[in-house]
Design a protein around this ligand. Sequence first.
Ligand SMILES: [Fe+2]
Length: 198
Amino acid sequence: MGSNGRSTNGKSQPLYATRIDLSSEIRTKVIAILNHSLASTLDLKTQVKQAHWNVKGLQFYQLHELFDEMASELEEYVDMVAERVTALGGLAVGTARTAASQSILSEYPFDILDGKDHVIALAERYAAYGKLVRESIDATDELGDADTADLYTEISRDIDKRLWFLEAHLQTSVEEGVAAAVSEVAESKAKKTAKRTK
Ligand SMILES: [Fe+2]
């Protein structure tokens, strides 16, 4: 620990002293998970804004509004995740450059216009981000930080709900929805059978 109340955690990032009852080893690991997801959260927020500005077509207005609501939610998650980093004594790394270099998401397509294409592009990104958040719940839970796991659980529930909103725009016929559900049930049955026969 330096005289300024900070130590380095072996990498270049400082770990500040705190009276919190989580060890510095646990805090360092949780902070790394948080900063990793912060980059993708920031990236997703800017991508949703990109869709909000550029969507066109007959559903323009409702999608323009929906995307703005979704971007505002993501802005809240950015703050929640970054402030959990600082609560644990870490340095929140949330600049645009870090987000661009560390996000798990691919760049948003610039050549789409129609509402449906934007909904598909966002659904793909919400699914990928949702997977990352769910993995972060498990990882922080295993490290013994129930509060960070709970923070991720809150985000995860909302991301799943938004993915539902997006996919509801794409499920245009009962047959389509039922076919997808049936194939999913068949897939999970096959997985269970494969497990049993191992
Ligand atoms: Fe706007």
